[in-house]
Design a protein around this ligand. Structure first.
Ligand code: PGA
Ligand code: ZN
Length: 437
C-alpha cells in the first residue's frame, strides 16, 4: 500500500499576482505529485474559506504562510501513513481535523492542496493519468469548452456589468476542431474590436475588456465575430453568459452601476433574460442570472426558462453538496458550476457532480479568475464525463494550459472518447431552438 510520507507547501503566486499554495505530496515509495490552488474574485458568500495571513506588511494581508504551515505541520501529522488511493477517508480526515463547517480553521486552500495533490499522487502511483484515476475508464467524453471572450463585472475595469460573455463551439466534431473554431472566432473578435477602435487589452480570464456602450453590445460584437469567422451563431458556436448577478444585487434589486445606473426588480431581471433569449437564440446557457440571495427570483427564473436553456448555479450552490441538495429540492437552476476550491476537497466535489447526474442537472467544471498552471480541472472534466468546461479565453498561459491538456487527453484517448458538443444541451433546447423548424 502506498502511504503519504511528507507534505511540502510553498507560497507561490496566482495569475493576478496574489499568493496561493503549491502543495507537494511525497509517498513512501518516492512518488511525488503537486497541486496548485486557484482563487476567485466574485466569490459566493458561502464558499469554503480561503485562509489568508492578514499580515498587512506582506502582500496586503494576502499571504498564505499560515496555510503553508498547517500543511507541513498539523495536517501532515494527521495524514502521514494514509493511503492516497483512499480519497474519501483522506478527505474526511481533513474535514474532521479542520473541525469547522466552512474549513475556516486550516483553510480550504490548505485542505484542497493536500486533497488534490494526493489524488494526483495516487494516479501517479497507479501509473494512470488523473482522469483515469478519478473516473471510470470507459466512454470518455471530452467537454465542450466555454471560452470567456469578453470580460466585464469584477474581472475588468470597464462599463460592462455582466462578468462573462462566452462562446462554446457546440457544432464541432471533435475537441480539437471545437477549440480551433472558438480560437479563430476570438482572433476575429479582436479585429472587430480594433475596427471600432475599442481596446483589445484582456481581463483576468484572458477575454477582451473594452469600454462598450452597453451589455447588449457585447453580445452583438460576439455574434458579428462568429459570423465573420465563418461560423453560424447558435449552430456551430453558441453564446453562454455568466453575468455573476450576485455582484450587482443590492437591497433586493439589480443595480447596473457600471453601465446606465438603472435598477431592476427580480421579476424585471427575469423578463430581461427572457427578452435576451428571444432576441438572441444563440444563447444556450445562463449562469448566475440572478443573485445567490434571490431564491424566489431563482425559482421564478427556473420555472419560466428552465426548460428552454441551461441555468447554471454558481454562487448559490458553491459546489457544496448540502446547499446543492437544498437547491434541487427548491427547484432552483438545472445545472451546477463545479469549482474544487469552493468546497475544498476532491470527494465533496465528486459528490456534487454525482448529485447533478442523479437529478438530471447539468454540470460545468470551472477554473477561477485567479489561476495557476495546474491543469487538474481538465482531467476532472474528462473523468466525470459532465461534458462542459469553462476555463477562460484563448489567451493567458494559465487559461490555455487547461485547453492544451484537453488536446493531449484527446490524442491519448484516440477512438475511445467522443466530443460532447451540442448533445449536452439538447435537454433544454426547446422553444428557442435555432435553425430550421
Ligand atoms: P471567480 O469568477 O473565479 O472570480 O469567482 C468565476 C465565476 O463567477 O464563474
Ligand atoms: Zn460564475
Amino acid at each position: 500500500m502506498a502511504e503519504i510520507k511528507t507534505l511540502e507547501a510553498l507560497e507561490i503566486l496566482d495569475s493576478r499576482g496574489n499568493p496561493t499554495l503549491d502543495v507537494t505530496v511525497t509517498l513512501n515509495n518516492g512518488v511525488k505529485a503537486t497541486a496548485k490552488i486557484p482563487s476567485g474574485a466574485s466569490t459566493g458568500k458561502r464558499e469554503a474559506m480561503e485562509l489568508r495571513d492578514g499580515d498587512k506588511q506582506r502582500y496586503s494581508g494576502k499571504g498564505v504562510l499560515k496555510a503553508c504551515g498547517y500543511v507541513e505541520g498539523e495536517i501532515l501529522n494527521a495524514v502521514r501513513g494514509m493511503d492516497p488511493n483512499e480519497q474519501k477517508a483522506l478527505d474526511s480526515a481533513l474535514c474532521k481535523l479542520d473541525g469547522t463547517a466552512n474549513k475556516s480553521r486550516l483553510g480550504a486552500n490548505a485542505i484542497l492542496g493536500v486533497s488534490l495533490a494526493s489524488a494526483r499522487a495516487a494516479a501517479k502511483d497507479r501509473g494512470v493519468p488523473l482522469y483515469a484515476h478519478l473516473g471510470s475508464d470507459t466512454d470518455y467524453i471530452l467537454p465542450t469548452p466555454m471560452l470567456n471572450v469578453l470580460n466585464g463585472g469584477r474581472h475588468a475595469d470597464n462599463s460592462v456589468d455582466f462578468q462573462e460573455f462566452m462562446i462554446a463551439p457546440v457544432g464541432a466534431p471533435s475537441f480539437r476542431d471545437a477549440l480551433q473554431a472558438a480560437v479563430e472566432t476570438f482572433h476575429v473578435l479582436k479585429s472587430v474590436l480594433q475596427l471600432k477602435t475599442y481596446s483589445t487589452a484582456v481581463g483576468d480570464e484572458g477575454g477582451f475588456a473594452p469600454e462598450l456602450k452597453s451589455n447588449e453590445e457585447a453580445i452583438e460584437l460576439i455574434l458579428e465575430a462568429i459570423d465573420k469567422a465563418g461560423y453560424r451563431p447558435g449552430e456551430d458556436i453558441a453564446v453562454m453568459l455568466d453575468p455573476a448577478a450576485s455582484e450587482f444585487f443590492e437591497d433586493g434589486g439589480y443595480v447596473f452601476r457600471k453601465s446606465d445606473q438603472s435598477r431592476k426588480k427580480p421579476a424585471e431581471m427575469v423578463a430581461l433574460w427572457r427578452e435576451w433569449l428571444q432576441k438572441y437564440p444563440a444563447i444556450w446557457s445562463l449562469e448566475d442570472g440572478l443573485g445567490e440571495e434571490d431564491r424566489q427570483g431563482w425559482q421564478q427564473l427556473t420555472r419560466e426558462l428552465g426548460d428552454q436553456i441551461q441555468l447554471v448555479g454558481d454562487d448559490n450552490f458553491v459546489t457544496n453538496p448540502e446547499l446543492f441538495r437544498q437547491g434541487i429540492q427548491d427547484g432552483i437552476a438545472n445545472a451546477i458550476l463545479i469549482k474544487l476550491n469552493q468546497i475544498g476537497t476532491v470527494t465533496e466535489t465528486l459528490e456534487c457532480i454525482a448529485l447533478a447526474q442523479e437529478h438530471g442537472y447539468g454540470a460545468v467544471i470551472s477554473h477561477r479568475s485567479g489561476e495557476t498552471d495546474d491543469t487538474s480541472i481538465a482531467d476532472l472534466a474528462v473523468a466525470t464525463g459532465v461534458g462542459q468546461i469553462k476555463t477562460g479565453s484563448a489567451s493567458r498561459g494559465e487559461r490555455v494550459a487547461k485547453y492544451n491538456r484537453l488536446l493531449a487527453i484527446e490524442r491519448e484517448l484516440a477512438g475511445k472518447a467522443r466530443y460532447a458538443g451540442a448533445g449536452v444541451y439538447s435537454r433544454w433546447r426547446k422553444p428557442f431552438a435555432v435553425g430550421k423548424p
